[in-house]
Design a binder for this molecule. Structure first.
Ligand SMILES: Nc1ncnc2c1ncn2[C@@H]1O[C@H](COP(=O)(O)OP(=O)(O)OP(=O)(O)O)[C@@H](O)[C@H]1O
Ligand SMILES: [Mg+2]
Length: 474
């Protein structure tokens, strides 16, 4: 039996007929995909492309690293030096021995470990630069109907919350992406109806807590259950979904909900996050289409600020802080196990061993464009933790997800049938032309929208005018 198993609890009081109020990881209303084996179709190139799109493309988890500046404690108390050197936008090296005599150029190669990532941000990087290379790229993909996930990982005090939440004066990825999303919606609103809903939760000591419900003063949302069904995939039962119609609204939601998130002071970080926080934006897009009414796409964007791994001796944690730290480490260790299992392509991936990994199931190995931001302290005193984070990230970048555009399957099927219909009409017109040619008639114009097709031996009415057929078969 896995630790912390979160198999649905059959004794839950919610009757099965009650539809869940929200979903984190799937759209609640969609019927299953039509069974293509019952509906034989002509495979045109367009249909093939659509089918490929539906079955998904393989995409590696993207990994970027952000190194924060050394802080006062590291330089003054520990007399720490910088143990990380950036070689390029994609490469960095970490040195075990960073005593002053070991100048970066002459450091012993034995002490050096080199890593390559999708991007490496140095201590001078701005919130905007980080967003441009991460959230902005992800959002562009999500707008096409793909699911997306950004999560920040790293030891306590390394800069995860700074990167994801940021400050009011210099916001992080959560707010920048939201701003970008609503700016985008404004440019397409004349042809596409977009609806956005937001959920915000934290996982604190293995309990899923609804931060949005706390903001709205709703009670009883302190230990929500993670469920899974065929139709919706993984979802959190009874999570508050709030419709959002402007950046100002989501900005306020993020600001308010983060106030309810559990934070605490440790020796490593005066504002240490004691929980994993997950902000989810659910986006539905209905594009008006003259032929089939509308086309429908949806996507989920998970923006996750993890709690950091910590050593009790370094954080000085006792009592409740110590207990929190143990739970945080435990769930991060489960995350490590999931990543190991995926990298080694093991048949069993232990997603159910923690709530965090269960919630991240789609983002790691599933249907999501996923980006991991590894936050690092450059201080030599944190060498072991930083090396461990880099090794973790190095494994994570091997994970392949299978991403596909989330469409309404019914409308998807209509689009496919329309495509076939168009091709068949063209084929009929070609055949009619051949038949007419053999019979010595003048080939008729190909039928087009609003006109009747010509049958051999018939007269054809084009736009109300009888053009006549030159050939009557006796
Ligand atoms: N890139 C940066 N530039 C300047 N200051 C930073 C940067 N990153 C982090 N900091 C500062 O370092 C401190 C710790 O950052 P933060 O709270 O984001 O760490 P964390 O990784 O979220 O830690 P925890 O796991 O304990 O929550 C904060 O005071 C923050 O302002
Ligand atoms: Mg934090």
């Amino acid at each position: 039996m896995p630790r912390n198993s979160i198999t649905p609890d059959k004794s839950e009081r919610t009757p099965p007929s009650t539809p869940p109020r929200s979903t984190i990881l799937a759209n609640p209303t969609l019927p299953p995909l039509p069974n293509s084996s019952n509906t034989p179709t002509t495979i045109t190139p367009a249909t093939t492309a659509l089918l490929e799109e539906l079955s998904g493309t393989s995409q590696n988890v993207m990994v970027v690293v952000r190194i924060r500046p050394l802080n006062k404690r590291e330089t003054q108390e520990y007399k720490s030096l910088n143990c990380i050197t950036i070689q390029s936008d994609h490469e960095l090296s970490i040195y075990k021995d960073s005593e002053p005599k070991n100048d970066p150029l002459t450091r012993d190669k034995q002490n050096k470990k080199q890593f390559t990532f999708d991007y490496v941000f140095g201590e001078g990087s701005t919130q905007e630069q980080v967003y441009t290379q991460t959230g902005s790229i992800l959002l562009k993909k999500c707008i096409t109907g793909l699911n997306g996930c950004v999560f920040a990982y790293g030891q306590t005090g390394s800069g995860k919350t700074y990167t994801m939440e940021g400050m009011e004066s210099d916001p992080g990825i959560m707010k920048r992406l939201s701003q970008d999303l609503f700016d985008h919606i404004a440019t397409i609103s004349d042809k596409i109806d977009v609806t956005i809903k937001a959920t915000y939760l934290e996982i604190y000591q293995e309990k899923v807590i609804d931060l949005m419900a706390q903001k709205q003063g709703l009670s009883g949302r302190g230990n929500l259950q993670i469920r899974e069904d065929k139709l919706r995939g993984i979802f959190v039962e009874n999570l508050c979904e709030t419709p959002v119609s402007s950046f100002e609204e989501i900005n306020q939601i993020i600001t308010d909900c983060t106030q309810y998130r559990t934070k605490g002071e440790t020796k490593m970080n005066a504002v240490s996050s004691r929980s994993h926080a997950v902000l989810t934006l659910l986006m539905e897009q209905r594009e008006r289409d003259d032929d089939i009414g509308y086309t429908y796409k949806f996507s989920k964007i998970n923006l996750i600020d993890l709690a950091g791994s910590e050593r009790a001796d370094a954080t000085g944690a006792v009592g409740e802080r110590l207990k929190e730290g143990a739970k945080i480490n435990q769930s991060l260790s489960c995350l490590g196990q999931v990543i190991n299992a995926l990298c080694q392509q093991r048949p069993h991936v232990p997603y159910r061993d923690s709530k965090l990994t269960r919630l991240l199931q789609d983002s790691l190995g599933g249907n999501s464009v996923t980006l991991m931001i590894v936050a690092l302290s450059p201080a030599s005193v944190n060498f072991e933790e930083s090396l461990s984070s880099l090794q973790f990230a190095d494994r994570a970048k091997q994970i392949k997800n299978k991403v596909h555009i989330n469409r309404d399957p019914k409308l998807q099927r209509i689009a496919e049938l329309m495509e076939e219909n168009k091709k068949l009409k063209e084929k009929i017109a070609e055949l009619e032309a051949i038949v007419a040619g053999r019979l010595g008639c003048t080939p008729m114009k190909s039928p087009s929208k609003g006109r009747k097709s010509m049958g051999v031996g018939e007269q054809v009415d084009y736009d109300g005018e009888t053009k006549g057929c030159c050939c009557i078969v006796q």
